[in-house]
Design a protein around this ligand. Sequence first.
Ligand code: SF4
Length: 166
Amino acid sequence: MQLVTSRLDAVLGWARKYSIFQYPFVTACCGMEYMSTMASHYDMDRFGAGLPRFSPRQADLLMVVGTISHKMAPVLRRIYDQMAAPKWVVAFGVCTCTGGFYDDYSTVQGIDTIVPVDVYIPGCPPRPEVVLEGFMKLQEKIQKEARGPWHMDEEGWGRFVPKTEK
Ligand code: SF4
């Protein structure tokens, strides 16, 4: 029985990691690099992530690209809440990871104070090769998290995580 369920895990993980639907939350100059990464030269289709969705209800990856201001923070959180589980978040660029050099009153000092982040992609802006590496890290994580039963996490994010993570 264990053999069957572990095979099922592998199949589910494989299917999920190659069918990522991104919601691009793009606010600033990192968007240019994001667009170049999504262009044909880097072929995001080979990761199964070439088709962005502009409705959070049809997306499972929140791609946060660019500086997030405190005024924008509740919007970002609402978008995250509207996505169905299982869902993942990528912080694209140093501004989303830490606030970058915008160490001021108006900028969120890292989006992980608003939503849970699965992969951080550093750089200002990150090169497409770094973004692709971040995608592969995310795919590894999705593969490991393949099977439920899912439960609400204890950090109050409203995120569903597999029981095995506890
Ligand atoms: S990390 Fe650099 S390129 Fe990206 S949004 Fe911040 S300042 Fe712009």
